[in-house]
Design a protein around this ligand. Structure first.
Ligand SMILES: C[S@@+](CC[C@H](N)C(=O)[O-])C[C@H]1O[C@@H](n2cnc3c(N)ncnc32)[C@H](O)[C@@H]1O
Length: 270
């Protein structure tokens, strides 16, 4: 590794590979214990970001950690991790997954410190967190879980008592039905993280533009624009999935895409 490398522990070849503005990542099948959560991101994907934006021994924060994927990726890559999650049920799953992962031995870096905190991320100032080197997270995609096809909902609810949306907690950002209010609240929460992030540290937000009732709400772009007023918006990396089934939405009638990509927005505190 180059001694000049101030950001991460990667060799030049690995660094350059990550610079491509899009990548394909097909999530592996989900383990049984996390199926109850309606929308998690793959540990392997998050690990690649963590390994690019930090060095071993540094600290990563995920303010909406869900089932703890970010913390598992921290354990696998030798970073310390702090996860905040509003829903105690998901926080418990995260704790359990960490315990199970520890038992697997070799893959788990022994020295890492991992912490799950049950709280509203908007109250981060009260948590007295240490300074962190990197933030990576994915928000509720507005209230889309409440809008999902009745068929999917019924299947999840009936088949395995799985959650259809995150919670009924009024602090749950997935319950804000007005789009502008949702974007404001979400971005204000991200702005409140700024004092915790080290200067020149990065924040990555994994998000999608959302479609509701035949119209696209440019959530990723709105977050980029709004947060760009506080952090410096650097770019997006586009995460593509190419193993999804194509549906004939609007066929012979109107343009409706099958959206198989997410935006990984990279911003920096400068
Ligand atoms: C897209 S999911 C994150 C999934 C996570 N990346 C994983 O892999 O499990 C968004 C999470 O945000 C949580 N959440 C919603 N509002 C929150 C708030 N105000 N503070 C903290 N967490 C919140 C939800 O409970 C949900 O678990």
């Amino acid at each position: 590794m180059s001694k000049k490398n101030k950001l991460n522990d990667l060799e030049g070849k690995e660094w350059i590979k990550f610079q491509k503005s899009w990548f394909i990542h097909n999530p592996p099948p989900r383990e049984k214990g996390v199926l109850v959560h309606p929308a998690k991101f793959p540990e392997t994907l998050v690990q690649e970001f963590i390994e690019f934006f930090t060095k071993e021994g540094q600290t990563v924060l995920d303010p909406m950690v869900g089932t703890g994927s970010t913390l598992l990726a921290c354990a696998a890559s030798g970073r310390n991790g702090i996860g905040i999650e509003l829903n105690p049920k998901y926080a418990e799953i995260a704790e359990q997954r960490i315990k199970d992962f520890k038992k697997q031995g070799d893959l788990f870096h022994k020295k890492v410190k991992l912490k799950v905190i049950v709280a509203n991320a908007a109250n981060v100032a009260k948590l007295k967190l240490p300074e962190v080197d990197y933030i990576i997270t994915s928000p509720p995609y507005w209230d889309m879980l409440r809008m999902r096809g009745a068929h999917t909902q019924k299947k999840r609810r009936e088949a395995e008592a799985l959650d259809v949306w995150y919670s009924d907690d009024p602090d749950d950002l997935g319950n804000v039905s007005n789009y502008d209010e949702f974007v404001d609240k979400l971005c204000n929460t991200y702005v409140k993280l700024e004092p915790v992030l080290k200067t020149r540290g990065y924040i990555t937000i994994i998000v999608k533009n959302v479609k509701k009732k035949g119209r696209v709400y440019p959530l990723a772009w709105d977050i980029g624009k709004k947060l760009g007023e506080v952090y410096t918006l650097k770019d997006e990396r586009i995460w593509c999935q190419d193993n999804q089934r194509l549906n004939p939405y609007g066929i012979y009638n109107a343009w409706v895409s099958n959206t198989f990509h997410h935006y990984c927005l990279n911003l920096r505190k400068e």
